[in-house]
Design a binder for this molecule. Structure first.
Ligand code: ADP
Ligand code: TRP
Length: 321
């Protein structure tokens, strides 16, 4: 099955991105024909500084490769290296009703967070639909926040096919069950836009410091605590073995355990979890050319597929008759 997903290079990747998206991408690549890309056109919708976007793109590429992306098997590229997708966006835009985009909640959410309501931000689900359809994707693993965009994609594909013939495969499944929302150090959803993240590859010292500052309630050490309401436990269960998570759950409920103790263990487990990948990440930083080569060869493979689909779509709408 063709699996496709994208991630925006809008900052350094964090634990929430890993457990909510990247881990599933990496797991799926063994069994499926995987296409993963860095969505730099999408990142432009929030108007980053020009030198930020290239840096973050390489950062995301290094993170994925260090964490186990199979550079031989998986097609991995930078979205803007295959500009065919922007032409398809236009063809799709012309069958996309305004109402469909007006119903998308992510536009309203982002504007309420302070992003400028530019046309790119509004039309972003159409670019996402083009990403998915141009590569004939069947399965699109994304977090719950992206579910609506996959539904929009299906809707656009069906409208296009009804108008012009069966050009696009309609992606059949959309959501991969992911872990619950990963909380940030302040207890809100971990997100680059809230400044509450623990980055996957941030220096060990700084990981320790951030974990010690995670917000908890003020239940006294000796009292029972509810693990399901604790940000420390929410992170701990991601990196601890099931047995150890169970032990901590009991300790919380029985009392006589302080949050400081849980935080200390969380820091150890978190650093151990990512330790095997840190060395690889450092090697890649010293070999940026290799990273660029991986992206360039991925772009070539992606372009071959995109070119073919785009040509079919052009023919279908009458641009080539
Ligand atoms: P951010 O909120 O930091 O800007 P993105 O919106 O770029 O993150 O998210 C990229 C992917 O990571 C999405 O698939 C999203 O569902 C997932 N993701 C981001 N933050 C979290 C989180 N706190 N918990 C679970 N998944 C997350
Ligand atoms: N919009 C997605 C996000 O912000 C990124 C993305 C762009 C994407 N194109 C995609 C995800 C196509 C899946 C498929 O996380």
């Amino acid at each position: 099955m063709r699996v496709l997903s994208g991630i925006q290079p809008s900052g350094k990747l964090h634990i929430g991105n890993f457990f909510g998206a990247m881990r599933q991408h990496l797991q799926l690549q063994a069994e499926h024909d995987s296409f993963y890309f860095i969505a730099d056109y999408h990142a432009l919708t929030s108007n980053p500084q020009p030198d930020e976007i290239a840096g973050h793109t390489l950062g995301v590429a290094m993170d994925y490769i260090a964490l186990g992306l199979d550079t031989e098997k998986t097609v991995f590229w930078r979205q803007s290296d295959v500009p065919e997708v922007t032409e398809l966006t236009w063809l799709l835009s012309c069958v996309t009703p305004m109402g469909l985009l007006q119903r998308c909640t992510s536009f309203k959410d982002k504007v309420s967070q302070g992003l400028s309501p530019n046309h790119g931000l509004f039309a972003y689900p159409v670019l996402q639909a083009a990403d998915i359809l141009i590569y004939n994707s069947e399965l699109v693993p994304v977090g719950a926040d992206q579910k609506q965009h996959i539904e929009v994609t299906r809707d656009i594909a069906i409208r296009f096919n009804n108008a012009y013939g069966e050009v696009f495969a309609v992606p059949k499944e959309h959501i991969i069950e992911s872990v619950a929302i990963v909380p940030g150090v302040d207890g809100r959803k971990m997100s680059k836009s809230y400044g509450n993240t623990i980055e996957i590859f941030e220096p060990e010292k700084s990981v320790n410091k951030k974990i010690m500052k995670i917000v908890t309630d003020s239940t006294p050490v000796e009292d029972p605590k509810d693990p399901d309401k604790c940000n420390v436990f929410a992170l701990l269960r991601l990196v601890a073995s099931p047995e150890e998570s169970g032990e901590w759950e009991n300790k919380y409920r029985n009392g006589s355990m302080g949050y400081g103790e849980a935080k200390k263990r969380l820091a150890e487990l978190m650093l151990d979890y990512f330790k095997p990948f840190r060395q690889k990440r450092t090697e890649l930083e010293n070999n940026i050319n290799y990273v660029k080569e991986v992206l360039a060869s991925g772009a070539e493979r992606a372009k071959a597929v995109a070119g073919e689909t785009l040509e079919k779509a052009r023919q279908a709408v009458g641009l080539r008759k």
